[in-house]
Design a protein around this ligand. Structure first.
Ligand code: NI
Length: 397
């Protein structure tokens, strides 16, 4: 009998064309968060073709369940399925594009879904080897609060299924095709969002003394915000305060009554996020009241940080060792500041998240997440689908 790694890789090659076709179909037919109705039907249909039981704990998305004949752990593998509300940009090298204006798979969740369907096929071929139970989670709405990961976790479904470990991945153009990047502990940040409205007193641009100019207040607040991370947070602790949009006014010669901004705060703990929120409020109060204005401040908590469990990361490393060639595994030494709702699962179950490289010149796939030209090198499916299968089949003692 061949080693299980070899059999998995063989099956991944056998299902490669299937994964490519599946990804291209999903790419042409994207649906935004919480509206993934056709996508869910499509995925459920593909799972049923393999005689895999399908459950639908949420309105969209689904979970395929494969039971092994022998006892063993319950391992959940998670893909996200939603697209973004944006237009993708054309590139002559690509023969497939979104058929739907204003919706596009520019974060590659089409590929995550196709990859996990590939894993479903591999596991189906090797059903006799499965011990315990496998959950194939096709999760909706990664891109939109409150997050499908949160809703699925809170639904109790995964607890009812007795999940022991959960694994997920995001394809990542920072790494070359087929490379796997992993890290124990903090991997991705907690992304909170804020909205601020400053109210002054509008009037004629030539008579500023009769007004309270909210634009000047806003400018001062923005400057003061730059001191939060540099003066109030431990330098060894990663944190970001970014203002993503500011707006005010309507004409050259009018001082407006209001000025607004929105932005995001990235941290690795609720404690740090709370310190930043508190400092923002103090600065807003001081600067605004000092100038005779007032403010509204909304701080919306996003996803928790993705913190990888030590034992699960060790299993992931072992699985990657089995599937990858040498030098294809990258041990990250620091986390990244993007967020992921995979974090919600990790609040309840031990789990590990990793990145799969998809960058190549040939596929023109070096564009960043959410870029209108985002693309993946489909050859990554050979590694991604095999690694997911190996997490199930290769982790027995
Ligand atoms: Ni994404």
């Amino acid at each position: 009998m061949k080693k299980i790694e070899e059999r998995i890789r063989e099956r991944a090659s056998a299902h490669y064309d299937y994964m490519v076709q599946t990804r291209r179909y999903l790419h042409k037919n994207p649906e935004v968060s919480f509206k993934e109705f056709e996508t869910t039907e499509y995925i459920a249909h593909e799972l049923k073709k393999l005689n895999i039981r399908v459950e639908r704990p949420l309105e969209t998305g689904c979970v395929g369940i494969i039971e092994g004949d022998k006892p063993g752990p319950v391992i959940a593998l998670r893909a996200d399925i939603d697209a973004l509300a944006m237009d993708e940009e054309g590139d002559a090298k690509r023969e497939f594009f979104s058929d739907r204006p204003g919706v596009a798979h520019c974060c590659g969740h089409d590929a995550h879904s196709a990859n996990l369907l590939g894993t479903a096929n591999i596991l189906n071929d090797l059903r006799d080897e499965i011990r315990g139970k496998v959950l194939l989670i096709f999760q909706p709405a990664e891109e939109k609060l409150p997050g499908g990961g949160r809703l699925l976790t809170e639904s109790g479904f995964l607890h009812d299924q007795g999940v022991d470990e959960i694994y997920g991945m995001h394809m990542n153009p920072v790494y070359e095709t087929g490379q796997v990047a992993l890290k124990a502990g903090p991997l991705m940040a907690r992304p909170d969002e804020f909205e601020i409205e400053i109210t002054g007193k509008g009037g004629h641009a030539a008579a500023p003394h009769q007004t309270v100019d909210p634009v000047v207040i806003l400018a001062n607040v923005i400057s003061q915000f730059q001191t939060i991370v540099s003066r109030s947070i431990d330098p060894a602790e990663p944190a970001v305060v970014t203002i993503g949009k500011v707006w005010a006014g309507s004409a050259h010669n009018v001082i407006p009554a209001k000025a607004n901004m929105i932005g995001t705060v990235r941290t690795f703990s609720k404690e740090t996020a709370d310190v930043i929120k508190g400092r923002m409020d103090q600065i807003l109060k001081g600067v605004t009241e000092g100038a005779g204005g007032s403010y509204k401040f909304e701080f919306n908590e996003g996803y928790p940080a993705v913190i990888n469990d030590e034992a699960c990361t060790a299993k992931l490393r072992k699985a990657a060792d089995g599937v990858l060639e040498k030098n294809e595994m990258i041990e990250l030494d620091k986390p990244i500041m993007a967020g992921e709702d995979f974090a919600f699962y990790q609040q309840e179950f031990p789990g590990a998240f990793f990145f799969l490289g998809i960058a190549s010149d040939e596929a023109d796939s070096r564009w960043n997440w959410h870029h209108p030209k985002y693309n993946i090198d489909e050859k990554a499916f050979l590694i991604g689908s095999a690694l997911m299968a190996q997490l199930v089949l290769g982790n027995h003692d």
